[in-house]
Design a protein around this ligand. Structure first.
Ligand code: THU
Length: 159
């Protein structure tokens, strides 16, 4: 897996510093009364818009949604077909020790992967927690090699 890490947010270009700060701020807006694990995400679109999200839980547990998907779905809903250039993700918890930068779950990788392949340009992923080191992955494909794609499904010929 190709990724690189920086020790401090100050080592990132300005637009990425801003995106990480926004993702960190969004942790405070999470609705996570069950896990007390607060995740924030911020997506930078090609048109300059920034769409933010936080994880949203529910008493019927599987009904909740991760911050990454809340942000990416909102971005696609508001700006369909505008490429997502970068996504920053961060997490904090007051119940648990967050060991390192938070990395998206499999379902979120799948969702981000489809947006990346349909837009035909890479979506950079910037992973962090409240402070400390930051991981940078240059495209979603690096997080999900050999991914499933609906493009591989072809209708069988009628006999
Ligand atoms: N969560 C996210 O929002 N993003 C991730 O990358 C990992 C997990 C959320 C889902 C749930 O609300 C809580 O964190 C605990 O898993």
């Amino acid at each position: 897996m190709h990724y690189y890490e920086v020790d401090d947010i100050a080592m990132l270009p300005e637009d990425e510093q801003n995106l990480v700060e926004l993702a960190r701020e969004m942790c405070d807006k999470a609705y996570a009364p069950y896990s007390a694990f607060y995740v924030g995400a911020a997506v930078l679109l090609e048109n300059g818009e920034i769409i933010k999200g936080s994880n949203q839980e529910n008493g019927a547990y599987p009904s909740g949604l991760c911050a990454e998907r809340v942000a990416a779905f909102a971005a696609s809903a508001m700006f369909p077909n505008v490429p997502m250039k970068k996504i920053a993700i961060s997490a904090r918890s007051n119940r648990m020790q967050v060991e390192g930068p938070v990395s998206p779950c499999g379902a979120c990788r799948q969702v981000l992967m489809e947006y990346e392949s349909s837009q035909g340009s890479p979506m950079k992923i910037i992973l962090s927690k409240e402070d400390g080191k930051i991981y940078i992955i240059s495209k979603v494909e690096d997080l999900l090699p050999l991914s499933f794609s609906g493009n591989g499904l072809k209708r069988k010929k009628q006999t």
